[in-house]
Design a protein around this ligand. Structure first.
Ligand SMILES: *Cc1c(COP(=O)(O)O)cnc(C)c1O
Length: 378
């Protein structure tokens, strides 16, 4: 199919197979019998026709040979990592990576002797210096989902490939519409489908995309053995959600850029993190490796922690919570739980607020932020 819009709308349509149903059915069954005819399916933990439609679409959007859906983003991430890691392996990843991912690598995998080196992620030299003989994976998340700095996908994957190190990237922020890391030689792309892919704050899911060979091994091993597969009803909701991904992302992008530009010129804001602002130090790198931006960004208001907390609580258009990528605007406060010291370790500035700009009108969102910021110091 020619375009991503066409893939989303029609790849996987098989009207003959499903009695002409315009929307494919939910195969809500665990078992497939083969007493009379064997259609190649056995058990939903291994493969399910509804889930395969979502997998086919996401693989094509990422330009990958194959994709597999999981019960959550974390199930996808841990399966991808476990595929490459052995006893006593070493991993390099950005310091501000998604917290549960860091927890899995730093704390959980410790019992298998695994070690992690945390880097800022801003330069390829840092990754090169961190490489050890037992480095098995360079794990990326670009842009990082709280400070929105980028890693150079082409340079880092070239380095990793030349040293026989596998590369995995969490591509949840940009979605398969705006960044396709496999094109730059990255081995596996992981997504939390609970964010923009789902888009309605009603599903939990994850996806791994890569070569057919690697995905077959992951299906056979990590997915079947850990058993964290996507439920067919979630897969059906994911297909439903994907159909509006291009229009939703267009609006998230537009609203996000408007809000970021507004915050940037506000006298009571000291910093705004959004890779689409020309003032972002990696703006050019972003233009090179992404074709668009989503609506998740962060900023630091000029105030002490109490004032920032008060400002956050006084917002009317923003619900408070850690998730993002839904239709609704959300605010979260990673920078209110760090002090000067832990801020450096976590790679998160003190006072940082993260907002997921929803599908409400940009003007209403901006008015709300303006009022709350102006009331902050009163
Ligand atoms: C939410 C999130 C995940 C984990 O996804 P779940 O579906 O909640 O398990 C992974 N990476 C990033 C960047 C996220 O924001």
């Amino acid at each position: 199919m020619k375009s991503k819009e066409d893939i989303i709308a029609h790849l996987g349509d098989e009207y003959d197979r499903y009695l002409g149903a315009i929307v494919p059915p939910i195969f809500q069954n665990s078992l497939f019998t083969r007493k009379t005819v064997n259609h190649g399916y056995t058990y939903t933990r291994v493969a399910n026709p509804t889930t395969e439609i979502a997998e086919m679409k996401i693989a094509a959007l990422e330009g990958g040979e194959a994709a597999r859906c999981f019960s959550s983003g974390m199930a996808a991430i841990t399966a991808a990592l476990a595929h490459y890691l052995e006893k006593d392996s070493h991993v390099i990843c950005p310091r501000a990576v998604y917290t549960p991912t860091k927890g899995f690598l730093e704390t959980y995998m410790k019992k298998f002797g695994c070690e992690v080196t945390l880097v800022s992620g801003d330069s390829v030299e840092e990754f090169e210096q961190a490489i050890r003989p037992n480095t098995k994976v360079i794990y990326l998340e670009s842009p990082l989902s709280n400070i929105f700095t980028l890693q150079d996908l082409e340079a880092i994957s070239a380095l990793a490939n030349s040293r026989g190190i596998a590369t995995i990237i969490d591509n949840t922020w940009a979605t398969p519409l705006y960044q396709n890391p496999l094109e730059y030689g990255i081995d596996l792309v992981v997504h939390s489908a609970s964010k923009y892919l789902g888009g309605h704050s009603d599903i939990l899911g994850g996806v791994v995309v890569g070569s057919k060979e690697t995905l077959e091994a992951i299906t056979h091993n990590e997915r079947s053995m850990f058993g964290a597969v996507m439920d067919p009803h979630q897969s059906w909701l994911l297909i439903r959600s994907l159909r509006t991904l291009p229009v939703r992302m267009k609006q998230h992008q537009e609203n996000g850029l408007k809000v970021a530009s507004f915050l940037e010129q506000h006298p009571l804001v000291s910093a705004v993190c959004h890779p689409g602002l020309t003032s972002h130090p990696q703006y050019e790198l972003g233009r090179k490796q992404m074709t668009g931006y989503s609506g998740l960004l962060s900023f630091v208001p000029k105030g002490d922690k109490q004032q920032i907390m008060k400002m956050m609580k006084s917002l009317r258009y923003f619900e408070e919570g850690p998730s993002w990528g839904g239709f609704e605007s959300l605010i979260n406060s990673p920078g209110l739980w760090v002090n000067e010291e832990t801020s450096v370790l976590a790679g998160i500035p003190v006072g940082l607020l993260r907002i997921s700009v929803g599908l409400e009108s940009a003007d209403s969102i901006i008015d709300d932020l303006d009022r709350a910021l102006n009331e902050m110091t009163r």
